[in-house]
Design a protein around this ligand. Structure first.
Ligand SMILES: [Zn+2]
Ligand SMILES: [Zn+2]
Length: 356
């Protein structure tokens, strides 16, 4: 389990302390599990980023790490300091760098108390829509600033009183001891519950919440090649919130078949029936495949039942790329049930020849 801390933070080996800190800020913000619904994978990624920063931001540890390299580090020297990276308090590192400006609650319990909430929507996409890409209209409730009180949450629509405890920041700092020494931990203000303000007379429209739900319709561009179970994250002004906007997540349910086409990842599978004569003698056939169009298929003489022909670039598009998967045609020899008198004579002749 060797880790390259430099590549985790996307920095050069000779990056300055300042550059490392900047890179960490960027990566940690992007991968903060608050943004990803505490997805297990993202949580791991976030942990790695913090682990990388814990080492690279410490001159001594960085020197050791540079000297022994990533692989050797873990193989031979990892245990030497009795320092288990798994125990790093991720939230502490995060708060120490971001302080109040992080935009995250600083802890799992307090996250997004007053922030932009993420919206999750599900859409159904047909095979054909995934093949070409499609625009979908989705409807959802969007949180917008209350118009009656101009987003202040007050009955008179004037600015509310700043919370005296946190002085309008929504957070309070507390010094805590951690493996890195004393650290400033950021907590949500108890007095105002992180809302910055004290509202004495709440607005009747939003009941002091400053924001109201508004029915919204949004056109979403679904990229070609989207597959079942994929989630699109639309960044942007989905929800007004104190900490900015939440993200819109589109979970895609995608049909896996269309007529005689079946999808497997980026490849499309189909079955083509051929006659015994075609299999024996070989033939060029023009076949019109649904969605894909007409293709000329070369069936070699002596083709066996179950043989696969692969046409590259005729499968599903790869999202955001210029190429596609393959079309895989399985040839099945179809034995005729009923045959004409003439055909029967021919088969009898073949059988006779086989006996000799
Ligand atoms: Zn407060
Ligand atoms: Zn209001």
């Amino acid at each position: 389990m060797s880790k390259d801390y430099y590549s985790i933070l996307w920095v050069d080996r000779n990056a300055s302390a300042d550059e490392i800190k900047k890179a960490y800020r960027k990566k940690a913000m992007e991968s903060h599990p608050d943004r990803h619904g505490w997805d297990k994978e993202k949580e791991e990624e976030f942990k790695s980023i913090n682990e990388a920063y814990a080492v690279l931001s410490d001159a001594q540890k960085k020197a050791r790490y540079d000297q022994f390299g990533s692989a050797e580090w873990n193989a031979g020297f990892g245990g030497m300091w009795g320092f288990d990276f798994g125990d790093i308090n991720v939230e502490d590192i995060f708060s120490s760098v971001f302080g109040n400006m992080g935009g995250f609650g600083g802890g799992r319990q307090s996250r997004r108390d007053d922030g932009g909430e993420d919206v999750q929507k599900e859409v159904h996409i047909t095979f054909a829509e995934s093949y070409t890409g499609v625009k979908k209209e989705i409807h959802f409730d969007k949180m917008v600033n209350c118009e009656s009180c101009h987003g202040h949450g007050t009955k008179d629509g004037k600015e509310a009183k700043k919370c005296p405890t946190c002085h309008g920041s929504g957070y309070v700092s507390r010094a805590t001891r951690s493996i890195f020494g004393m650290m400033q931990q950021t907590l949500v203000c108890d007095t105002c519950s992180g809302t910055w303000v004290i509202i004495e007379n709440p607005c009747p429209e939003c009941r002091g919440k400053k924001r109201i739900k508004k029915k919204t319709e949004q056109s979403i561009e679904i990229p070609a090649g989207i597959d079942d179970g994929m989630t699109l994250r639309m960044n942007g002004e989905w929800h007004a919130g104190k900490h900015g906007a939440g993200d819109l997540y589109i979970s895609c349910h995608v049909d896996q078949s269309h007529e005689n086409l079946v999808r497997q990842g980026n490849n499309i599978h189909t079955i083509l029936h051929i006659s015994p004569a075609e299999a024996v003698l070989g033939i060029n056939k023009k076949i019109k495949f649904p969605l894909i169009g007409e293709r000329e298929i070369r069936i070699a003489s002596g083709t066996q039942h179950g043989k696969k022909i692969q046409i590259s670039g005729d499968g599903m598009p790869l999202i955001g790329k210029k190429w596609r998967g393959d079309l895989i045609i399985t040839l099945e020899i179809l034995i005729p049930g009923k045959i004409s008198k003439d055909d029967k004579k021919l088969y009898e002749k073949i059988l006779e020849n086989e006996k000799n």
